[in-house]
Design a protein around this ligand. Structure first.
Ligand code: BGC
Length: 366
């Protein structure tokens, strides 16, 4: 036990030594690019690469570009859905001397533990995309997530109306119960759907949360829903990954295209599912803007400055007011897939492969 503690202390000293060396290197890099020598390093921890395409390809790309453009050193790592790995990465970043830590939590409990440690070490913190409940981050940068859910609810209604569905049974596949965003998305779409259930225009079907937004579990959950209730006529799926899981189950019964399914994130797969008619809509969130807004705040903090922002959210647990940047989401249907390409979020080459080439032409994707 004693030996172990000594070994740990030695590692700590080594880490502190290398921190100093790192700091020196960073300063050289920063001054080389013309900025002041006091600019600190920024650490970013992303959650996984399975729950959405965004965490593996979009967010890291846009964040890195934003920090590179400012000549600020950034260390972006991904916890691969592993909460202890998340903490290990955070410990490493804290001991390497980051001045700012930005996280997308895997749940509020482990997120808060990391934010508390960082704060105790004098590091400024930012919640990126997901609010860490009771976390006390200095800023929160995200989208208006209730608005995201509202667009999904309205989207499902539009698609069911287009199909002239009468008293449709609607199933809901919510995001992870530990993701505050999933709660906000549900508030948004239930705000649209609940009155329709109450008035009898729609019938409330099965409703379940998908742990960790796990796509494979989503398919199993929906398979059970459909077995128990074969009359399901519409599915509110909280993101494109969950939507695709639902579509894969519908395909087995040749019901794809007959039961509208929603999504979120404008992933390549989601956009292709929309073009083929298997998915009703997705919600496009301009991640480039989100990354740039977060980087902007982080860069200021890394320079020892504080920027003021005009929005805020109330942490539902601590009741604290968290200064925020909340961007506006956009609904995407078959005819507006082209807008996501025009915005440069995905390329025509990524979407218009194989059989999708003709669908792209038909829908003006160029
Ligand atoms: C994000 C979504 C994403 C989901 C699963 C949410 O917190 O806002 O964009 O699809 O997590 O990763």
């Amino acid at each position: 036990m004693r030996k172990g503690m000594f070994a740990l202390a030695a590692v700590g000293l080594l880490a502190a030594g290398s921190t100093a060396a790192c700091g020196g290197d960073d300063d050289t890099t920063s001054s080389g690019s013309g900025s002041t020598s006091t600019v600190g390093k920024v650490g970013v921890i992303l959650p996984d690469t399975a729950s959405s395409q965004r965490w593996g390809s979009d967010d890291p790309k846009f964040l890195k570009a934003a920090f590179d453009a400012a000549g600020v050193t950034v260390d972006i790592q991904n916890a691969q859905g592993d909460k202890s790995q998340f903490q290990t990465i955070a410990d490493g970043m804290i001991s390497s001397g980051v001045k700012v830590l930005m996280i997308v939590n895997l749940d509020s409990g482990t997120g808060k533990a990391v934010l508390d440690k960082a704060t105790a070490a004098g590091i400024a913190t930012i919640d990126y995309d997901r609010l860490t409940l009771n976390g006390g981050a200095k800023y929160y940068v995200s989208f208006d997530n209730t608005a995201v859910g509202k667009l999904q609810g309205e989207g499902l209604v539009k698609c069911l109306t287009d199909m002239k569905a009468s008293k449709p049974v609607v199933a809901e596949l919510n995001g992870s119960p530990t993701d505050n965003n999933a709660t906000l998305f549900a508030q948004g779409y239930d705000g649209v759907l609940n009155p329709l259930y109450t008035s009898g225009e729609y019938v409330k079907g099965p409703n379940q949360s998908v742990p960790d937004w796990d796509n494979a579990q989503a398919a199993t959950i929906f398979e059970q829903m459909l077995t128990q209730n074969s009359k399901i006529k519409g599915v509110l799926a909280a993101n494109d990954g969950l939507g695709n899981a639902v579509i894969s189950v519908l395909k087995k019964q040749s019901l794809n295209g007959k039961v509208p399914v929603t999504g979120q994130d404008a992933t390549v797969q989601g956009l292709q599912n929309i073009l083929s008619g298997d998915q009703c809509m997705t919600v496009y969130k301009a991640i480039k803007q989100e990354a740039e807004a977060a980087a902007d705040l982080a860069i200021a903090l890394a320079k020892g400055e504080t920027k003021s922002v005009t929005q805020s959210v109330t942490d539902p647990e601590s009741k604290a007011t968290v200064p925020a940047v909340l961007l506006t989401p956009k609904a995407i249907y078959k005819e507006s897939v082209k807008d996501v390409v025009a915005d440069g979020f995905v390329t025509k080459d990524q979407i218009c492969t194989g059989d999708f080439a003709k669908l792209c032409t038909d829908n003006g994707v160029s």
